[in-house]
Design a protein around this ligand. Structure first.
Ligand code: MN
Length: 198
């Protein structure tokens, strides 16, 4: 049985970047629905006791869609943190392995953010922009449509931005670029670094 994960912040804590209302619907209703659907769909299958990663790698159709959407949303929500908890500006991401890896691939954190943002902005329709690491620990930016997840390409997801309209429409309407730009202010780099080091 999969359950809604506990968030380390309250619904209003990401304001004004993401409103309490968006968290209430996006986390409380959209994600809950994917989890409910997934539990129901796998109940009578041999994936009943499998991990989310395993289900994503072994399934297709409705099971894949609901498992991947569960995974994608959990990673997204757990990659965000209230602004007041971030001790420094985004451009001064802590020195360390993740920053080194970003700089060796994109030259600077700013250049990485620009490429990631442009990539996310360019997704046609609903989908996800991803930062992942490959089997050689090299970083890569990819996009997925609908419920797509990099695990199926043998990548380990580190960070994602939800580009479905339900992620930003209440707060930004059609202004996807503004949503992406503002979101960097509440990214939990420590969490991403922890995933990178695993
Ligand atoms: Mn979503």
């Amino acid at each position: 049985m999969f359950t809604l994960p506990h968030l380390k912040y309250k619904h209003a804590d990401l304001e004004p970047i993401i409103s309490a209302k968006t968290i209430e619907y996006h986390y409380g209703k959209h994600l809950q629905t994917y989890i409910n659907n997934l539990n129901k769909l796998i109940e009578t299958t041999n994936l009943k006791d499998a991990s989310l990663d395993e289900i994503i790698k072994k399934s297709d159709g409705a099971v894949f869609n609901n498992a991947a959407q569960t995974y994608n949303h959990i990673l997204y929500f757990e990659s965000l943190t209230p602004k007041h908890l971030i001790d420094k500006e985004i451009n001064t991401i802590h020195e360390g392995d993740l920053k080194n890896a970003i700089e060796s691939k994109w030259n600077s954190v700013e250049d990485f953010i620009k490429e990631f943002s442009d990539t996310a902005l360019g997704i046609f329709g609903s989908g996800w922009a991803w930062l992942s690491k490959d089997i050689n620990n090299k970083l890569v930016i990819t996009t997925e449509s609908n419920a797509g997840n990099p695990l199926t390409s043998n990548l380990t997801p580190l960070f994602t931005i939800d580009i479905w309209e339900h992620a930003y429409y209440l707060d930004y309407q059609n202004r996807r670029g503004e949503y992406i730009k503002e979101l960097w202010q509440i990214v939990d780099w420590q969490e991403i670094e922890n995933r990178f080091k695993k």
